[in-house]
Design a protein around this ligand. Structure first.
Ligand code: CA
Ligand code: CA
Ligand code: CA
Length: 648
């Protein structure tokens, strides 16, 4: 077994401090620091819509010689730190960061921290409740929030980020004249700027004095020692489907556990759906704050709708976990067990330190639901201890891995040519469309970039977008087995921000600035974006998909009357990594009997593939059962580190 203190191990070559508001000096060209402090050039502090007034004060700052004092105007108020130009946030994928800030206030309003990213939902949010309950006593208090709390609530910080707030403090109900002071806002990986060490909450060892299971939906295990029955009984405990957003649907196929499961069909008209489980009589939840627990539940669906779990607690606290990123599951109509450590919720400020009454202790929600979609659930429980090691059925590679996936080209004679996957509009089941008449097709102006034709659009409004979508499912799993690059050409004189939006399971957007900027000179320009830019933000393309934009271009601030032409949109195989790279390095892999132990100091996601690219394991635990692995050569991928190993 490898025992490592995560906070002591840092990935080399990536910054260990990310600064938003500190007085740190002499860090120019020091690779340990990523300096995001406002510079009045491309990084700014915004006080939103004059909802508060800021001054710099020098009386007893928390850090250095000064701090910022904000007087709120009442009601909704907020401030944010934002970057205009792309900044590489890869360090957040390699290091376990902790957000640090100091706050001093007597304001009694609820407060939360929101960090932004691209894609959906596009942010993560942590309330200053529960373990982050700041005494409103007018003295300085340090708040430290593990980034995992923001990731679970939807934040994706992996690659390039621009035009997003990397720190905000918000209240939705402040009282005019109240004062909030801030200082020392930065991110660290265990060692603070002042050299002191952050100590994470270490839960106690599993104790028989605390329940081993809390069952929310189960037919088995109830006769165990010291288990708690939280199943709906229609007397004191209830399962509610909210506002008829779904109805019970017939159950077909095997249950995940026991002989029964539940199946819901989402409404034919509504665009959200949710259900919750609640108790009308008090249930002691304090054990959740004393030792480790893991929320486990099984889901089965083919719907691509985004889903999250929300848990509610005392003092109006709540926390959510998106079933994407680390907690993503395949939408293949088969059962998948989802496992979420309770820390993920407590670290968002969920307050379960007491008896819970009328708070939903389990909910499953989609705020962008698909209509008439079925979702089955079973075996909802809280289990003492860490997640179990589970081996998922491998993802099957498609029979054909195309070299090129074409969206808008004039390529001919490719029928039955397996090197191509043709996603061009055909007026049958694949379409290109402009959103809400935000632009109109006009005559081509000058030569095409490729072939003879290039569509030309005249923009009608202050935002515009166009996209390509299919109504008959197309298998996108080639994207899980090969590295592709998105290629397209644009021609415009319009000075407007633009981003490419791709949808699937999850979605992602890449701004056309920085490496992907194009001159607005009325000439053709090619843009190449590696698909990793999108996948880093939580987009998953590994299954058949329909009704999703596999290419769209959007501007949220466009200029009516201007034109934009596009051409030659396709995805091509990255020539530098036709087969996903396997680089040998120091990663420690040890086999003992039927188990494999992989060093995973930074709590990265571990994937194990065979040389055909079939995934044999996916999870956080470095202790992996290999009894089901055939002998052969495998590739372990831990974060961005890969290593080949042989099982005999
Ligand atoms: Ca200061
Ligand atoms: Ca069952
Ligand atoms: Ca063309």
């Amino acid at each position: 077994m490898f025992i490592v203190v995560a906070s002591m191990i840092h990935a080399a070559n990536y910054p260990h401090f990310v600064l938003a508001f500190t007085e740190t000096t002499d860090i120019e060209s020091n690779p340990d620091y990523l300096d995001l402090r406002p510079n009045d050039l491309d990084r700014h502090l915004y006080l939103w819509e004059s909802t508060l007034t800021g001054t710099t004060e020098t009386d007893s700052p928390y850090e250095g010689a000064y701090y910022s004092k904000y007087v709120v105007n009442g009601g909704w108020c907020g401030l944010g730190f934002i970057n205009d130009q792309p900044i590489d946030f890869a360090t957040f994928a390699h290091n376990n960061f902790i957000l640090h800030f100091a706050i001093k206030t007597t304001a009694t309003c609820p407060l939360f921290i929101k960090l932004e990213s691209g894609g959906y939902p596009g942010y993560g949010r942590v309330n200053l409740t529960g373990k982050y309950n700041v005494p409103r006593d007018g003295a300085w208090h340090r708040v430290e929030i593990p980034m995992s709390a923001f990731y679970a609530s939807g934040l994706r910080w992996k690659g390039n980020l621009s035009g997003k707030n990397f720190f905000t403090l918000i209240s939705e109900s402040s009282t005019s004249g109240q004062v909030i002071s801030l200082d020392a806002i930065y991110f660290h990986c265990g060692t603070r700027l002042d050299g002191t060490t952050y100590t994470p909450d270490i839960p106690e060892e599993i104790s028989p004095s605390y329940p081993s299971y809390y069952y929310v939906a189960s037919e088995t295990g109830l006769d165990g020692n010291n288990v708690v029955d939280l199943r709906p009984d229609d007397m004191t405990r209830f399962l509610y489907v909210w506002e008829n957003t779904a109805t019970a649907a017939p159950t077909t196929g095997e249950a995940y556990e026991g002989g029964q499961f539940s199946n819901l069909k989402t409404s034919a008209t509504m665009t959200w759906f949710g259900f919750g489980v609640v108790s009308e009589s008090p249930v002691d939840f304090t054990p959740f704050t004393k030792q480790k627990y893991t929320l486990q539940f099984a889901l089965k669906t083919t719907s691509l709708m985004p889903l999250f779990v929300k848990l509610e607690g005392l003092n109006k606290s709540s926390a959510i976990c998106y079933l994407s990123g680390e907690y993503d599951f395949r939408r293949d109509g088969k059962w998948h067990l989802i496992q979420i450590p309770i820390d993920v919720f407590l670290n968002q400020g969920l307050d379960w330190n007491g008896s819970i009454t009328k708070n939903n202790y389990f909910t499953l929600i989609s705020e962008k639901s698909e209509k008439n979609a079925e979702i089955a659930f079973d075996a909802i429980r809280f289990k003492a201890g860490d997640p179990e090691v589970i081996t998922e059925d491998p993802l099957t590679p498609p029979e054909i891995l195309p070299e090129k996936i074409i969206v808008a080209t004039e390529t001919t004679n490719i029928e039955n040519d397996t090197r191509f996957l043709d996603l061009r509009p055909n007026d049958t089941d694949k379409f290109m469309y402009v959103w809400e008449n935000t632009a109109t097709g006009i005559a081509q102006d000058g030569p095409a970039f490729e072939g003879a034709q290039s569509p030309n659009l005249k923009i009608n409004s202050t935002w515009f977008g166009f996209g390509f979508t299919n109504i008959t499912p197309v298998d996108f799993s080639c994207f899980a087995f090969k590295n592709y690059i998105l290629h397209f050409a644009l021609k415009t004189t319009a000075i407007m921000p633009m981003f490419v939006l791709l949808e699937g399971r999850g979605e992602a957007q890449v701004n056309l600035n920085g490496n992907y900027a194009l001159p607005r000179d009325g000439q053709w320009h090619e843009i190449n974006i590696p698909m990793s830019e999108f996948f880093n933000q939580g987009l998953v393309w590994d299954a058949p998909m329909a009704n999703k934009n596999y290419f769209s271009l959007v501007s949220q601030l466009s200029v009516p009357g201007t034109t934009i032409a596009f051409d030659d949109i396709y995805f091509y195989q990255d020539p530098n990594s036709a087969v996903k790279d396997a680089v040998e390095n120091k990663l420690q892999i040890v086999q003992r009997g039927s188990k494999l132990y992989i060093q995973n100091a930074d709590n990265h996601f571990i994937n194990i593939f065979n040389l055909q690219g079939i995934n044999f394991y996916k999870g956080m635990s470095g202790e992996i059962s290999i009894s089901g692995f055939p002998a052969g050569i495998y590739i372990a991928k831990v974060g961005d580190i890969t290593k080949k190993f042989i099982l005999k």
